[in-house]
Design a protein around this ligand. Structure first.
Ligand SMILES: [Zn+2]
Length: 130
């Protein structure tokens, strides 16, 4: 099964940092497709045999990502959070499996146990507050 890793960080000058999202998609055949969206936007494809190529054109980098993975960078990010959330299907506190996504602060989503109220997971969407 394909695997997705997501990294958030900032780049650009210290006085004016710019947030970026980097999506690393490992395909079942071992090809690693990395999409970087921030101040710069690029997509890198690394094949198992060592061959690689990079596109740093704004529009083409997301097209390349979709061609290689079948998902747009946004869809890949969504898939990742769903996958992460499903790993936490049980409340650590009371063992209940009745967990529900609720909105917290703007852009914040909390996975809350409906039995004891413990927060099992949370997800913060920076784009909702900027
Ligand atoms: Zn609980």
């Amino acid at each position: 099964m394909a695997n997705i890793k997501i990294k958030h960080g900032s780049e650009g000058p210290k006085w004016d940092p710019y947030g970026f999202t980097e999506i690393e998609f490992t395909k079942t055949d071992g090809t690693v497709v990395t999409y970087h969206g921030g101040l710069a936007e690029w997509c890198k494809v690394e094949y198992k045999d060592g061959k690689k190529y990079l596109i740093d054109n704004l529009e083409e980098s997301s097209i390349l990502f979709k061609l290689e993975t079948g998902l747009t960078p946004d869809e890949a990010e969504e898939w990742y959070y769903k996958m992460e959330a499903s790993k936490e299907k049980q409340c650590q506190e009371c063992g209940s499996r009745k967990l529900e996504w609720k909105s917290g602060y703007p852009g914040e989503e909390l996975l809350i146990c409906s039995k004891c109220g413990e927060v099992a997971n949370c997800h913060f969407d920076e784009s909702a507050v900027i």
